[in-house]
Each structure stands twice: as C-alpha cells, then as structure tokens.
Design a protein around this ligand. Structure first.
Ligand SMILES: Nc1ncnc2c1ncn2[C@@H]1O[C@H](COP(=O)(O)OP(=O)(O)OP(=O)(O)O)[C@@H](O)[C@H]1O
Ligand SMILES: [Mg+2]
Length: 254
C-alpha cells in the first residue's frame, strides 16, 4: 500500500540574483492498494514526472509524506522500479547488459538467469546481444520494462511508457504489459496523456489540474477484467467515463 499525504513540491531558482519559486505540486493525497493500477493524467507541465521522481526517491518533496507499507520513502530503493518517458537505455550496452544494469549485487550466474527470465517475459529472447539502435521503439520500451522488472520491485512507476511508440504498437504493448503486471503481481502508478489508455489499463484514474498540480478528480474504473479478454473500448461505460475525463481535463467544448 502506498499512502500519499499532502505532497507539495516547489522548485526554487536563482533568477539573476532574485529568488523565484515555482509551485509544481500542491497537497496531493491518495492511496494506492497492493496490486492496483492507478493512472495519473493531467496537462503537460502539471508535475506528473516530478511526482513519479518523488515517489522513486530521486527528487525531494517540499512538504507531505509518502509511505510504502507504512515506511516513509526518503531515497531510491529496489522496492520501486521506474520506466521513463523516453526509452533511457544505455546505447553502448546490449539488451542483456541493459536489463542486468541494476543487478550488480547478484552473482554472474544469478544475474544472467534473472535477465534471461525477464527478457523472455517481454518477448525479446534471441535479441539479448542487440544494441538499442538495432531495435524498434516498441522493443526498446520492452527492454525498459524488463530492466525495471528485473530488480523485482514491488511498485512500478511508469512515465508515459507508450508515448514514443506508434498507436498500433501501443495497443499491443498495453495488453502485454497488463498481462505481465498481473503475472508479476505489481502495484503500478501509470502516467499517461492518453485517456483511452488510462481507462483501458486502470483500476482508478487520478486527474491532476494544470500547474500547480492538484488532485481534481479520482475515477474508479469498473470495467470487466482481464481487460485484454473483452472489447471494453466499445462498452457504453467506457464512452461515459471517457466523456467525464474529457470534461475534467477541460477538453469538452462548452
Ligand atoms: N529540476 C527542476 N528545476 C526546476 N523546475 C523544474 C525541474 N523539473 C521540473 N521543473 C518544472 O516543474 C514543472 C513540471 O514538470 P514535469 O516534468 O513534472 O511536468 P509533467 O506533468 O511531467 O509534463 P509532461 O506532461 O510535459 O511530461 C515544469 O514547469 C518544469 O519546468
Ligand atoms: Mg512528464
């Protein structure tokens, strides 16, 4: 269980000798249950990436508290895996080396067993020795997921993992990812700009307002599961929720 309580983030900068402050997140509060997939959706610049970095322990918060299983998060840890907006693979490392990056504490044998297990899970067996530039965007994002999973985190933090692949690949990958999250029993926080993707994948959707990002609305997604077994995009409930989301994101025409 992740408990997020009144998290606020302000960036201070020195503007030619004058101190200025940018309030990026304000009083963000919500919980994420074990095994739940919660999406975060909100306008560009509202602080979504900053928020994930705070949960990952890579960015300090200004105020508030974030507890994972009752313990305050204060630094990066192997209980949380982060996948970035851009693929963020090391270009000089092959697939296997990229996936093994966070596994330096394991013996070489354990390391290669672990990486081959997750490379197989994301469907990239036989590409172990390929370098990122020899892979498609979708394949690179699969490597990113395998790398995050390989440290066996309890929580996966995904920052628009499908933003840089084409629409068809994204539709295929989301099904693959949902299956993998179910098999590996992950708790997932999923940042996306895509309303359909958020509805399709989520148990709940947190809508943030424009900067400073505040929780504007939280929607429960009560659609059948597993999602890949149903044509849920054509259900009336899907359309109704999409309409509400559009409205709370300020996209509906008045
Ligand atoms: N290290 C930093 N120092 C100062 N300001 C920052 C820093 N990182 C982010 N910001 C500011 O915080 C705000 C939120 O940035 P962030 O990247 O979290 O937004 P986002 O919601 O992820 O946007 P997008 O949807 O475009 O990815 C922006 O205005 C940005 O300028
Ligand atoms: Mg971002």
């Amino acid at each position: 269980m992740i408990e997020i309580d009144e998290v606020t983030k302000r960036f201070r900068r020195n503007n030619s000798g004058k101190q200025t402050e940018l309030v990026v997140l304000e009083d963000i509060s919500f919980n994420v249950k074990d095994g739940e997939l919660v999406s975060i959706i909100g306008p560009s610049g509202c602080g979504k990436t900053t928020f994930l970095k705070i949960i990952a322990g890579l960015e300090p918060k200004t105020k508030g508290s974030i507890r994972l299983n009752g313990k305050e998060i204060s630094s990066a840890g192997k209980d949380r895996g982060l996948v970035f907006q851009t693929f963020n693979l090391f270009p000089w490392m092959n697939v296997q080396e990229n996936v093994e990056f966070g596994l330096y504490e394991l013996s070489p044998k354990e390391r290669s067993e672990r990486s081959s297990r997750f490379i197989k899970l994301v469907g990239l067996e036989s590409f172990e020795k390929y370098h990122p530039h020899e892979l498609s965007g979708g394949m690179q994002q699969r490597v990113g997921i395998a790398r995050a999973l390989a440290i066996e985190p309890e929580v996966l933090l995904l920052d628009e993992p499908l933003a840089n692949v084409d629409a068809q690949t994204a539709e295929k990958l989301i099904d693959e990812f949902l299956k993998i999250f179910e098999i590996t029993k992950k708790t997932v926080i999923y940042v996306t700009h895509n309303m359909d993707e958020a509805i399709y994948a989520s148990d709940r959707i947190v809508v943030l307002s424009a900067r400073p990002g505040k929780v504007k609305e939280i929607y429960e997604v009560n659609l059948p599961k597993p999602r890949w077994n149903y044509e849920i995009r054509s259900l009336p409930e899907f359309g109704a929720l999409r309409y509400k989301l559009r409205d709370s994101l300020g996209l509906a025409m008045k």
